[in-house]
Design a protein around this ligand. Structure first.
Ligand SMILES: C[S@@+](CC[C@H](N)C(=O)[O-])C[C@H]1O[C@@H](n2cnc3c(N)ncnc32)[C@H](O)[C@@H]1O
Length: 281
């Protein structure tokens, strides 16, 4: 029966040391049975078939090994949109919504803005902007073929015709210069030596190429800071997600390039320096 299954799963998830055992149990049951979470409590006496129990067991076993819920359910909510994800795709994080918010703020007075999202993953940033600003044209790049397919599918599921994605290294496949009003990126920025210390759900699952930013985590951030001015219009904006420890070095690189105005650092909801915003001179 449903009520019994729910309490048994909660207990197993508690023993496995998961942070939200009740929520995870509810989500897995409602996903497999195709019912809203509220129905679990409304109909605790509902009988569960052997086939349903087998499917629940399969997902529960994965969750007990701390596989992220987003991979188990195949989706993650970001900017109030459900993005399809799988184990080859970086799971979008709530902090990254700050990049979308600042992008929209910078673009809302431009009639037909042109945007580049570097390292697009699921399309969390670029697809959210394309959906929000219907007159925009969003281009995205990712080195991973699987990520480009995923973001294109996410864009298609909202019938967005203003989003396209290119499989390339950073900006290297983009031949035209001075064409973007805004370049935005959440690139890999974790120092290689710190990856093993991340939360096990992040370190053990998902594509490592989405995390590894090289020796001090600055490889891609530096690449973007040095190359973005060639691709931006004059007064075009660059927005970069960073780790708070990278703020000072980013500011130094931006200032020494001589190609940008004074950088502004934005903090996330946890009060950590999270986004660098700067305008091309
Ligand atoms: C931290 S994830 C961000 C994904 C997505 N933008 C988000 O915020 O959820 C970084 C992304 O950069 C991509 N990437 C890694 N190296 C790259 C490169 N050299 N050129 C383009 N994209 C790259 C990864 O495949 C991954 O999708």
């Amino acid at each position: 029966m449903l009520g019994y299954e729910l309490s048994s799963l909660k207990e197993r998830f508690q023993i496995a040391g998961l942070d939200s055992p009740s929520l995870d149990a509810e989500l897995i049951i409602s996903f497999v049975l195709g019912i809203p979470r509220s129905s679990i409590y409304a109909f605790p006496e509902r009988i569960i078939s052997f086939v349903e129990i087998a499917s629940i067991e399969d997902l529960v076993g994965r969750r007990e090994k701390h596989e992220p819920m987003a991979y188990i359910l195949g989706e993650k909510e970001f900017w109030s949109i459900n993005f399809a994800v799988d184990k080859n795709i970086f799971i979008p994080r709530p902090e990254t919504e700050l990049l979308v918010e600042l992008s929209i703020k910078n673009l809302d007075r431009i009639e037909f803005p042109v945007i580049l999202d570097i390292g697009s993953g699921s399309g969390a940033i670029g697809v959210s902007i394309a959906k929000e600003l219907k007159n925009s044209r969003v281009f995205a790049s990712d080195l991973s073929k699987k990520a480009t397919v995923c973001s294109m599918q996410n864009a298609s599921s909202f019938s967005l015709e203003n989003y396209s994605v290119l499989q390339t290294f950073m900006m290297s496949g983009i031949l035209e210069k001075n064409i973007f009003n805004l370049i935005v990126s959440n690139p890999p920025y974790i120092p290689t030596c710190e990856i093993a210390n991340l939360d096990s759900e992040v370190a053990n699952y998902g594509p490592s190429m989405a995390l590894d930013g090289g020796k001090n985590g600055m490889f891609y951030l530096s690449e973007i800071i040095s190359k973005a001015p060639s691709y931006l219009f004059s007064e075009g904006v660059l927005l970069l997600e960073i780790d708070h420890k990278q703020a000072e070095i980013c500011i130094r690189e931006i200032n020494s390039s001589g190609k940008y105005s004074t950088p502004v650092i934005h903090k996330d909801l946890a009060g950590l320096k999270r986004v660098v915003e700067v305008k091309k001179n």
